[in-house]
Design a protein. Structure first.
Length: 140
């Protein structure tokens, strides 16, 4: 609540990152929002969140997978992108169309951060392939 009214709660970053392991999707959404807001001011601590994002991209729940991908794309730290390439590539081929759609949007966000990396890793071609996905939800 303090964060939403403009209070600096960045000193809580390590404690909040520990809460990422929760099974509650509501708590996870709040924690991910916190990480997005404070990653730039605490980049060395934001790296601690990478393993949880990677793990959450393999969660059985497609909403958790999509939330992890969306959050990864919203953290605009170039040093984090290299750790998130493999999970993003996996989510582009996910069985769930919502996860694939979210991964496509994440590619566009990564392009803003590091266009050369996106091209070098072949994500432009992946994105072009996703435009012809059989499920219209992915393309929308």
């Amino acid at each position: 609540a303090a964060m939403t009214v403009g209070k600096d709660v960045s000193p809580l970053f390590p404690d909040v990152v520990n809460c990422m392991q929760t099974n509650s999707i509501e708590v996870k959404k709040l924690v991910y929002l916190y990480v997005i807001n404070y990653a730039k001011s605490q980049p060395e601590l934001a790296i601690l969140a990478v393993n949880t994002f990677r793990k959450d991209t393999m969660d059985p729940n497609p909403l958790i997978r999509a939330l992890a991908v969306r959050t990864m794309g919203s953290i605009k730290l170039e040093q984090m992108t290299e750790y998130l390439l493999e999970p993003l590539r996996r989510c582009c081929k996910d069985q769930d169309p919502y996860v694939r759609k979210t991964a496509a949007i994440c590619i566009a966000k990564f392009f803003e951060i590091s266009p050369d990396m996106v091209e070098d890793q072949g994500f432009v071609a992946v994105l072009k392939d996703m435009l012809s996905d059989a499920n219209p939800m992915v393309v929308s």
